[in-house]
Design a protein around this ligand. Structure first.
Ligand SMILES: Cc1ncc(COP(=O)(O)O)c(C=O)c1O
Length: 400
């Protein structure tokens, strides 16, 4: 029945009939795990080792024992959790919100991101997306029948935003800017100039900003600015947050979306139809997580050490190019001098026993690059060992 599908689904390959090495498609990843391949393409802290701190694990178990956990919370989320989050939004993001008006709890931020974009797009609308960036930015927009318009990021200016490039791509169909901040895969933390220029551009052209801050927690001293906190941006920004990357709670499936009353009223009205309620026990565990967030210091230390080490390992390689990661636990490696990135990904799987992501998955500008996830495994040495294997294999790579 493919012929009855919309274009975005018709052209999608889920791994059943065609080979797919995309980390998040089909079952290829499970197969690789069985073969003992080092999985460095799965952005999930300490995977496959334990990430959840003991006090949260305990709270989660206790929540499961509570009889009321077998029932739904309101589809818009637990008020108690939202009150906790309002405090975090005030201190970390400089946003003053009313918990039961401006926060929506979602089952993960992938669905949160999709739902944040959904109210605004009609067939043919154009969305400006700095590229390379998170693949779902492009996919979500296409599923909605709208048109993703990549705005190329350049290594020469540290992958920061160039507003002239945005102006060039603007048309009378442009409705939205979709920003992943900090960016996945380049790790860029957009600086004040980039974001103030972007805010000015968005306000001047009466656009919406959807900003995904899944990687906001670790920026290693670089200022993390939440665009919704900039003058004039609160009413026209939907911000998406996650607990998966910064707190290692990907398996709990809880995230949240923040917006002003007018946007949120529409999201609340349709939340049950599109995303449904989020796990009751997971939301309860999250409330307890915020009672003690000291474990995040330990996460930060691991990720900081790893980004410096990865940069050390690759920076002087003749045929490679990279920047010191600015956030989180990803590494963006330019292999364009060596050849085609898809061939290199396949080669590393065989030669180094390591699975990394092909930069092509991240949109225009991603080709010729690899995304390596430094956040996997508890043991730093295991990560370093895999990085050395990648480096040594790349030294021997020749495209046929
Ligand atoms: C930029 C970005 N946003 C959102 C997500 C989704 O995370 P989750 O649905 O676990 O909150 C990811 C996961 O890889 C991501 O990289």
């Amino acid at each position: 029945m493919k012929h009855r599908m919309i274009k975005a689904f018709k052209q999608a390959n889920g791994g059943l009939f065609g080979h797919s090495e995309k980390a998040d498609v089909g079952t290829s990843y499970q197969e690789m795990e069985k073969q003992g391949i080092a999985l460095m393409g799965w952005a999930d802290p300490f995977m496959p080792d334990r990430s959840l701190p003991a006090h949260i694990q305990k709270a989660w178990k206790e929540a499961i024992d509570e009889e009321s956990s077998t029932h739904y919370t309101a589809p818009v989320g637990s008020s108690e959790l939202k009150a906790v989050l309002a405090e975090k939004l005030r201190t970390f993001n400089h946003l003053d919100v009313i918990p039961d008006r401006n926060i929506l709890i979602t089952p993960g931020s992938d669905s949160g991101l999709y739902f944040s974009i959904l109210p605004f797009l009609e067939e043919g609308d154009e969305v400006l997306i700095p590229s390379p960036s998170y693949p779902n930015n492009f996919t979500d927009v296409e599923i909605m029948g709208a048109v993703p318009v990549p705005v190329l990021l350049k290594k020469e200016n540290g992958y920061q935003l160039d507003i002239d490039a945005f102006e060039e791509k603007l048309s009378d169909k442009t409705k939205m800017v979709l920003l992943t901040h900090p960016n996945n895969p380049t790790t860029t933390v957009y600086d004040r100039k980039s974001l103030e220029d972007l805010a000015d551009f968005i306000i001047r052209h009466d656009l919406i900003l959807v900003c995904d801050q899944a990687f906001e927690d670790y920026t290693f001293g670089k200022e993390m600015i939440t665009p919704a906190s900039l003058p004039g941006m609160w009413q026209r920004t939907v911000t998406v947050f996650s607990f998966s990357k910064g707190m290692g709670m990907s398996g709990l499936r809880v995230a949240y979306v923040v917006a002003d009353d007018e946007i949120m009223d529409s999201l609340y009205a349709n939340a049950v139809a599109v995303i449904g309620a989020t796990s009751t026990s997971s939301q309860r565990a999250l409330i307890r997580a915020f009672e003690d967030t000291s474990f995040m210091k330990d996460f930060e230390k691991h990720f900081d050490d790893r980004r410096k080490k990865a940069y050390e390992i690759f920076k002087d390689e003749e045929d490679l190019d990279c920047l010191l990661p600015e956030s989180g636990f990803l590494f963006w490696l330019d292999v364009s001098k060596l050849g085609d990135s898809s061939k290199i990904v396949a080669y590393l799987l065989k030669e180094a026993g390591v699975s990394v992501n092909d930069g092509k998955n991240y949109g225009p500008g991603g080709e010729g690059h690899l995304r390596i996830v430094l956040g996997v495994y508890r043991d730093d040495e295991k990560v370093y060992d895999a990085l050395y294997r990648i480096r040594d294999a790349l030294r021997k790579f020749h495209e046929d």
